[in-house]
Design a protein around this ligand. Structure first.
Ligand code: SF4
Length: 446
């Protein structure tokens, strides 16, 4: 089969796909949009084989619930694309592929505490986005989310259009943000999700064009014009939210969409809490990876230890129906199996080797900090090691930030990458030691 892929250069705001691979420091990067994030074990094995055979064997988990194959050689594109297409993970063309940004609760159908099994709704939405050519003009990062609530809720994932199940038949539709912050429009029936999405996508494209500076995301449109004009177009498909009623999304304890309470992070819940919420023998195992990076060998090993893999937006994989030795297999391959693992607090871009701008091994520095600082990281929410001042992995403030330039690091607390730093030009080893010293001073109040 002829390969229609068009290679795109790395640039800000661009999103790679299978049909739009991106040229980065270690070769071509292919983002595989897996419908509803559900990967049968056999598909995972085949993808691992593609990564080993045609790529550099590295695989990334994105925060939008996708798999990214790294280091694919140009002459490997055709066999990789054809194999992925055979599994149903590639659309007809790059435009229809680019808009399939649908995040689905990764525990859909596995969690009795969820309000609804949203797998079918997410698949239907994914298919509609691919088919509806009018929506292919949506900006590349425009995203959708279908959440069933429960242990794998997506309350704290921010996106453009949210469908959050309120019971077994209806979704709360809201625009631009997390569950707590998105602007509510009303309730729709589960069967109408794709039609609602079709109307909302068109409304976004038409209404943004009326503004002098068209916003690129739904939150910007809502900030500019509110929700009335958008909501009017949905009058046939949604019913109003009951006035004054505080709608709860089932299973997301503390989750009250009109409240201020932040949702719990559902990644790697303590074993006891998971068991108390979904039963004594959970039929799944969550395995996270530092920076969301794993190898093809690891993916193949995990695939051999379960029936199905769910891709999460938490840089973790959920192994469905894990074998007795699945936890040991994951542990052997360096997976994070506990919510207390300090490596969950590390964020880093690919740095040297993965990006042609990078001059340091950002992952190695971050892991060295976790090892050296140990319990000093308990009160820290995030350590960010950036390969340069761009801060691609985390554009916002982190508790600890290392910014590389020309092989050395600047170290700062409560700063963004590239911010002015009191400690500059440190070798990687000195930067790690400086972080440990600063955290010690913070913990002792020195
Ligand atoms: S922040 Fe990292 S990934 Fe982004 S341009 Fe700099 S080195 Fe490359």
């Amino acid at each position: 089969m002829t390969n229609p892929a068009t290679i795109q250069p790395r640039r800000r705001g661009a999103c790679p796909g299978v049909l739009a691979p991106m040229q980065v420091g270690d070769g071509l990067l292919l983002r595989v949009r897996v419908p509803a994030g559900v990967l049968p074990a056999d598909h995972a094995r085949q993808i691992a084989e593609l990564g080993s055979r045609y790529g550099n064997g590295l695989i990334d988990l994105s925060q939008r619930g996708n798999l990214q194959l790294r280091g694919i050689a140009a002459d490997g594109l055709e066999p990789v694309t054809d194999t992925l297409r055979g599994m149903g993970h590639v659309s007809g063309d790059a435009a229809s592929e680019a808009v399939r940004n649908v995040l689905c609760s990764p525990t859909a159908g596995l969690d009795p505490t969820a309000a609804m099994d949203v797998w079918a709704a997410a698949r239907t939405l994914d298919a509609r986005l691919a088919e509806d050519a009018a929506l292919h003009r949506l900006p590349p990062k425009f995203g959708w989310l279908v959440c069933g609530g429960g242990i794998g809720h997506l309350a704290d994932s921010s996106t453009d259009v949210r469908f959050d199940a309120v019971d077994g038949e209806r979704f709360r539709v809201s625009l631009g943000g997390t569950l707590a912050k998105a602007a509510p429009l009303g309730l729709c029936r589960a069967d109408d999700v794709a039609d609602v999405a079709s109307v909302l996508g068109r409304a976004f494209l038409e209404l943004r064009a009326t503004l002098p500076e068209p916003p690129r995301r739904m939150a910007g449109l809502v900030a500019a014009i509110g929700t009335d004009e958008i909501g009017k177009r949905l009058s046939r498909l949604i019913s109003p939210l009951p006035p004054g009623e505080r709608i709860k999304v089932r299973g997301t304890h503390l989750m009250d969409v009109f409240g201020d309470a932040e949702p719990p992070h559902p990644n790697l819940l303590p074993k006891e809490e998971k068991e108390s919420r979904v039963g004594e023998a959970p039929s799944f195992l969550t395995t996270a990876f530092p920076f969301g990076r794993l190898t093809a060998t690891t993916l193949a090993a995990l695939a051999s230890a379960c029936a199905e893999i769910r891709i999460t937006p938490w840089r973790a994989l959920i192994l469905v129906a894990p074998s007795k030795d699945a936890e040991a297999v994951a542990h052997t391959h360096g997976a994070i199996l506990s919510h207390t693992d300090h490596r969950l607090k590390l964020t880093a871009c690919s740095g040297a080797g993965g990006c042609d701008v990078g001059t340091t091994d950002t992952h190695a520095a971050a892991l060295a900090i976790a090892e050296r600082a140990g319990p000093l990281l308990d009160p820290v929410r995030m350590v960010h090691v950036s390969g340069c001042a761009k801060g691609c992995a985390h554009p916002a403030i982190a508790d600890v930030t290392l910014t590389a330039r020309d092989g050395v690091y600047d170290v700062a607390l409560n700063a963004k990458a590239g911010d002015a730093s009191p400690y500059t030009g440190l070798s990687p080893a000195d930067a790690v030691a400086r972080v440990a010293d600063l955290l010690t001073e913070e913990s002792t109040g020195a």
